[in-house]
Design a protein around this ligand. Structure first.
Ligand code: HMG
Ligand code: MG
Length: 304
C-alpha cells in the first residue's frame, strides 16, 4: 500500500447510465439531456450517458439514439460514453456519433450469463471485433469487470479471478478498466485484498473503481482505495444506481459524497459541489424515491 494519497482524482459520472437504468418511472429524453447538461455545468468532463443494449432488457435506456440526438456534439473537453455489449451495439453507437464506448463483463459466470447472456470467455470473444473496430476508428474504450468482490448468485469472488478478467480486457486494448463492486458487498478490508492483487498488475492511471453503496460502505471503500493509490472513480449524482440483473444492488457511490470526501482530504477533482447538487436536483423530482446521498441532503456547514 502506498501512503501518499493522489493529488488529483478523475471522476466519471455514471448517473445517467448506471443511475437511471434501474429506475422504473419513465424519464423523458429531454429530462435526461437537461440532467447531463447540468452535470457539465458542475464541471464533469467524462459522463457515461446511456447504453446501446437490448431495449427490451433495459427499457429505461431504449432512447439511447434519441438522447445522443438531443445532446448534440459534446462540448469541447467533454466526453460522452456509452455501454456497448456487441457489434450491434457498436453499430448503433457509431451511428449516434459516440466517441467512447464501454464493454462489460464480470468475474463471475452466473452474473455474466444473466446480465449479457454469455460466459466470460464468450463475452471476451464478442468484444474482440468491437474493441478492434472501435480502436481503429479512434474511439476510447473502457472495459468493466463486474462482481469483483461478490456475485449475487455465487457469493464471494477471489481477487485472482478479477485479475484474470482484467488481464483479458487489457489484452483487448482497453484504455481503462473499471472494476465494480456491483452489489456493494465490500468492506474496506475486501477492497484492500483486491487492490493488493490488482495494483501491481495495472498502470494506476488506467484503473477505475466502481463502487455501489448498498451497505453504506462506498465512502469508506473509496478512502481505502485512495490509500492504495487509486486515482479514478465512478460516481453517480445523488447516489442513483443499480443493476437490474444484480438483485440487491443499490445506488452507486454518490458524487456528492465523493466530492465531500476528496475536499476533506485536499484532493483535487475539478467539480463544483453546489452545481453538482443542482444537477442531482434536476433529476430527483422525476424519480419515485428520494436521492440516497446523505451529503446531498445535508445543510451547508456554517461558514462554508
Ligand atoms: P442476446 O439476446 O444474447 O443477443 O443479448 P443476440 O445476439 O442473441 O440477439 C438477440 C436479439 O437481440 C436480436 O434481435 C438482436 O438484434 C438484438 P432479433 O433478431 O431477435 O429481433 N440485439 C440488440 N438490439 C439492440 N442493441 C443491441 C443488441 N444486441 C442484440 N446491442 C445482450 C445480449 C448483451 C445484447 C443483452 O443480454 C442485453 O442487452 N443485456 C443488457 C445488459 C445490461 O445493460 N446490463 C446492465 C449494465 S451492466 C452494470 O450495470 C454493471 C456496471 O455498472 C458495473 C458494476 O456495477 O459492476 C457496468
Ligand atoms: Mg454499476
Amino acid at each position: 500500500m502506498s501512503d501518499a494519497l493522489p493529488k488529483r482524482v478523475r471522476i466519471t459520472e455514471v448517473g445517467p447510465r448506471d443511475g437511471l437504468q434501474n429506475e422504473h418511472t419513465h424519464i423523458d429524453t429531454t429530462i435526461k439531456a437537461a440532467f447531463i447538461r447540468a452535470l457539465i455545468e458542475a464541471g464533469h468532463t467524462d459522463i457515461e450517458v446511456t447504453s446501446f443494449v437490448r431495449p427490451d432488457r433495459v427499457p429505461q435506456l431504449a432512447d439511447a439514439e434519441a438522447l445522443f440526438q438531443a445532446l448534440g456534439p459534446a462540448p469541447e473537453g467533454v466526453t460522452y460514453s456509452a455501454l456497448v455489449p456487441n457489434m450491434t451495439g457498436l453499430e448503433r453507437a457509431r451511428e449516434a456519433g459516440v466517441r467512447k464506448i464501454a464493454v462489460f463483463t464480470a468475474a463471475s459466470e452466473s452474473f455474466n450469463q444473466r446480465n449479457i447472456n454469455a460466459t466470460v470467455a464468450e463475452s471476451i470473444e464478442h468484444f474482440r471485433p468491437v474493441t478492434n473496430e472501435a480502436r481503429a476508428e479512434g474511439l476510447a474504450v473502457r472495459g468493466y469487470v463486474s462482481t469483483a468482490v461478490c456475485c449475487p448468485y455465487e457469493g464471494r469472488i477471489e481477487p485472482d479471478a478479477v485479475l484474470d478478467v482484467v488481464k483479458r480486457l487489457q489484452e483487448l486494448g482497453c484504455d481503462e478498466i473499471s472494476v465494480g463492486d456491483t452489489i456493494g458487498a465490500a468492506s474496506p478490508a475486501d477492497i484492500a485484498r483486491l487492490l493488493d492483487v490488482l495494483v501491481p498488475n495495472i498502470t494506476l492511471d488506467t484503473l477505475v473503481l466502481h463502487l455501489h453503496d448498498t451497505r453504506g460502505m462506498a465512502v469508506a471503500n473509496a478512502t481505502e482505495a485512495l490509500r492504495h493509490g487509486v486515482q479514478a472513480f465512478d460516481a453517480s449524482a445523488g447516489g442513483l444506481g443499480g443493476c437490474p440483473f444484480a438483485p440487491g444492488s443499490a445506488g452507486n457511490l454518490a458524487t456528492e459524497d465523493l466530492i465531500f470526501l476528496l475536499d476533506g482530504l485536499g484532493i483535487e477533482h475539478g467539480l463544483d459541489f453546489e452545481a453538482q447538487r443542482r444537477a442531482s436536483a434536476t433529476i430527483g423530482p422525476h424519480l419515485d424515491h428520494s436521492l440516497a446521498s446523505r451529503v446531498y441532503h445535508a445543510p451547508p456547514l456554517p461558514g462554508d
